[in-house]
Ligand binder design. Structure first.
Ligand code: PGA
Length: 252
C-alpha cells in the first residue's frame, strides 16, 4: 500500500507572519492524521521559522527548489546542505514554472534529484505536458522523454523513495483540472515506463502525485484512481480550510 502524500506548494506566496499564521491554525486540525503524509513546500524565507514550528509534528517541511552544489560561489543559490540544515525532508524539483521561466532542463533536474538524495532529502520531481503538446497527441511521448531525462541514474532503493508529480502544464493555476481518467492514463503510463527502467518493485512502490487545479470539489474523484497517490496543490493550499479539506478528502 502506498501512503498518500498531500503536498502544498505555496510558490512565491506568504510573508513570514502569514506563514506562521497558517501553520499555527493548521497544525491542531491535522494533528491526528497519520494515514497520509502532509508536506508543505514554501519560499526559502519561511523555511527556518516554519522548520522550528513543524519540528516533532506530522507535517513535513519542503523547499521549492535548490542548487546542485553543497557550497561555493553561486550567488543567490541555496544548497542541499542548507535545506537539510533547516529541516527540509522534501524538495520540489523541475516544477514547470522553473522549466519555463528559468529554463531548467531534464538533465539539470536529474542532477538536482541525485544530489538531493545524497543529502537525505526526498525529491518531488515534476513532469507534465503543455496544452500544445496534448493537442498534438504528444502527451505520452513528452512524458516518456521527461521520465528518461529527469528520472534516470537512480539506485533501486532511491527509485522507490522519490516522489513523482504529474502536473499537466495546462492545468496549473488555470482552474482546468485534468479529468480523473486523463490523470489515470498518464499515471499508469509513468508507472509502466518506470518499471521498464527500474523493475516492478520500485514502480509499485513509487508514489505519483497529480497536480493542477486541485480543489476540494474535484480531489476525491482524482484520488480514487488506481495510480494516483496524492496531490501537489498550489492555489488551494494557501488557505487553511481548503488545504485541510484536501488532507481529509476521504473523510469529509
Ligand atoms: P495549482 O498549482 O494547484 O494552483 O494549479 C499546482 C502546482 O503548480 O503545483
Amino acid at each position: 500500500m502506498r501512503k498518500p502524500i498531500i503536498a502544498a506548494n505555496w510558490k512565491m506566496y506568504k510573508t513570514i507572519s502569514e506563514g506562521k499564521d497558517f501553520i499555527t491554525n493548521f497544525l491542531p486540525k491535522v494533528k491526528d492524521v497519520y494515514d497520509k503524509e502532509i508536506v508543505i513546500a514554501m519560499p526559502y524565507t519561511l523555511l527556518f521559522v516554519a522548520g522550528e514550528m513543524l519540528k516533532g509534528t506530522n507535517v513535513k517541511l519542503s523547499a521549492e527548489n535548490m542548487y546542485v552544489e553543497e557550497k561555493g560561489a553561486f550567488t543567490g543559490e541555496i544548497s542541499p546542505l542548507m535545506l537539510k540544515d533547516v529541516g527540509c525532508s522534501y524538495v520540489i524539483l523541475g516544477h514547470s514554472e522553473r522549466r519555463k521561466y528559468f529554463k531548467e532542463t531534464d538533465d539539470f533536474v536529474n542532477q538536482k534529484m541525485l544530489v538531493a538524495l545524497k543529502y537525505g532529502i526526498i525529491p518531488i520531481v515534476c513532469i507534465g505536458e503543455t496544452l500544445e503538446e496534448r493537442e498534438q497527441g504528444k502527451t505520452l511521448e513528452v512524458i516518456g522523454k521527461q521520465i528518461k531525462g529527469s528520472l534516470s541514474k537512480l539506485s533501486t532503493l532511491d527509485a522507490e523513495k522519490i516522489v513523482i508529480a504529474y502536473e499537466p502544464v495546462w492545468a496549473i493555476g488555470t482552474g482546468k483540472n485534468a479529468t480523473p481518467q486523463q490523470a489515470q492514463e498518464v499515471h499508469e503510463f509513468i508507472r509502466k515506463k518506470y518499471a521498464e527502467i527500474y523493475g516492478s518493485i520500485p514502480s509499485e512502490k513509487v508514489r505519483i502525485l497529480y497536480g493542477g487545479s486541485i480543489k476540494p470539489e474535484n480531489f476525491k474523484e482524482i484520488m480514487a484512481q488506481k495510480d494516483v497517490d496524492g496531490g501537489l496543490v498550489g492555489g488551494a493550499s494557501l488557505e487553511v480550510e481548503s488545504f485541510y479539506k484536501l488532507v481529509m478528502y476521504d473523510k469529509i
